[in-house]
Ligand binder design. Structure first.
Ligand code: ZN
Length: 445
């Protein structure tokens, strides 16, 4: 049996090793599996070596049924299996994993636009020269995944191991079949919280960032999709997990349409190389949001009075497109939906997937939603309205992402984007500025 294919690049609890107990004992005795402490406790500061958690309130004590003592365990990573202080983590020290040589791994027949090609060349060059980091700042709808194909092709040909990490499971599910089609002879695996096959042995692993908890020094090429998105942006443990999953000379590629301030500052200081893709794959500019001020908007929405600006817009627009309405709270999704005979959807909605699919199939004309639909969803022909765009849930990135839902299809590359607010916020101004900046860069190409 080829143990390296199962264990190389992994950091596993005993219960996660997919081998029989005698085999595990044999691998330990021959020092191919090396134990390390799972929870260290230096100067009374506990540190989970599995997920990187150092927040002391995230540790709790439990009575261990095996050694009949009380142990610390980490609550931060408990959803991916409980790690007790008496339970070691295992690293592989045996022979290295090796992948089959493929001269032409990529079967994709499509063609990149000149801008996409330029970005793809930059990425491939970064992988060839083992550059540490490279960012792609690409507008919503620029066709990001296809731009990655040449760099992935190079890495597979060089028998390197690749990880494509994304914050959300639905993106993993969407990318998996596309990559299987593009790279039909490569072992590809999709990992997310309830994914079926979980050996994690692929040469190309597509995963949610949380699943990287089981990897250490595994990947030569790490691609982090939507690096600015929740929860990656909010959980300091996640960037550490991706770093740990990389080999020492790995290249990390960040993809984003809306980089956060820290990345923007590193770009300005020329610490982070960036390549812009300021234009969509259909070569049309981004729809620029129209801003409409309405006095006492919040109060009106609260009292279930109609927004005058929205009424005006509703009556003036052509009905050929579907309508996507964003509101700041779950309560408002219901209220607005019942006012306009529309459908409401939000994060806790058990029928969320079905409703989004019905909207995609055009069985629903108007969908009222929260920021859960700000990213990753593509509808071919929609107008977009935000009611109360000045609300704090709509930060700069959210506003740009929401505006980016319109005009995605080459058959209908425009679309109205309307931000109704009761006072312009910094986020609104910054979002419009960034959209205009990208359009300007796009025209200059
Ligand atoms: Zn932990």
């Amino acid at each position: 049996m080829n143990f390296a294919s199962i264990l190389d690049g992994k950091l596993l609890l005993t219960s996660e090793i997919p081998l029989s107990a005698p085999t595990i004992t044999y691998l330990q005795r021959t020092q191919q599996l090396i134990p390390t402490d799972s929870i260290t406790n230096k100067f009374h500061k506990k540190h989970c070596q599995r997920c990187g958690n150092r927040q002391q309130h995230q540790f709790a004590i439990i009575d261990c049924s095996r050694c009949h003592q009380s142990h610390w365990y980490c609550r931060h990573c408990v959803e991916t299996g409980r790690v007790l202080a008496c339970d070691p983590l295992w690293r592989w020290r045996g022979n290295k994993i090796s992948w089959l040589f493929q001269a032409n791994p990529c079967d994709w027949q499509g063609e990149l636009t000149p801008t996409q090609q330029q970005a793809a060349n930059t990425l491939t060059a970064a992988v060839i020269t083992k550059q540490k980091e490279q960012m792609i700042w690409a507008v919503c709808g620029s066709g990001k995944s296809e731009m990655l194909f040449p760099a992935i092709t190079y890495a597979i040909r060089e028998r390197k191991r690749i990880c494509l990490a994304t914050p959300r499971a639905d993106v993993v599910r969407e990318l998996f079949p596309r990559l299987c089609q593009a790279f039909p002879h490569t072992e590809i695996e999709a990992l997310y919280a309830d994914s079926e096959d979980r050996t994690g042995t692929g040469q190309l692993v597509i995963t949610t960032t949380h699943q990287l908890i089981r990897y250490q020094q595994a990947f030569d090429l790490m691609i982090i999709d939507e690096v600015d998105a929740f929860p990656f942006h909010h959980d300091p443990a996640l960037p550490k997990l991706t770093t740990r999953a990389c080999r020492a000379d790995a290249t990390t590629i960040y993809l984003t349409a809306t980089p956060r301030r820290d990345h923007q500052q590193r770009i300005k200081r020329k610490q982070l190389p960036v390549v812009f893709v300021p234009i969509r794959f259909h070569l049309q500019p981004l729809p620029v949001p129209v801003l409409k001020l309405e006095w006492q908007l919040r109060q009106k929405l609260k009292q279930q009075h109609r927004s005058q600006q929205f009424e005006k817009f509703r009556h003036s627009r052509s009905k050929s497109r579907q309508l996507l309405i964003f509101v700041p709270t779950i309560a408002l999704t219901q209220a607005i939906a019942s006012q306009y005979q529309a459908t409401a959807v939000h994060a806790e909605d058990p029928a969320r997937k079905e409703k989004v699919e019905q909207f995609r199939q055009k069985q629903i004309d108007t969908l009222v939603t929260t920021t859960i639909l700000e990213r990753g969803v593509t509808f071919p022909s929609v107008d977009v309205v935000i009611l109360d765009a000045g609300h704090e849930v709509f930060d700069e990135a959210a506003l740009i992402q929401i505006a980016g839902r319109a005009g995605r299809s080459p058959d209908d590359p425009t679309g109205h984007v309307l931000f109704i607010h009761q006072g312009k916020t910094e986020a609104i101004e910054a979002a419009v500025k960034q959209i205009n900046m990208m359009n300007k860069k796009g025209v200059a190409l």
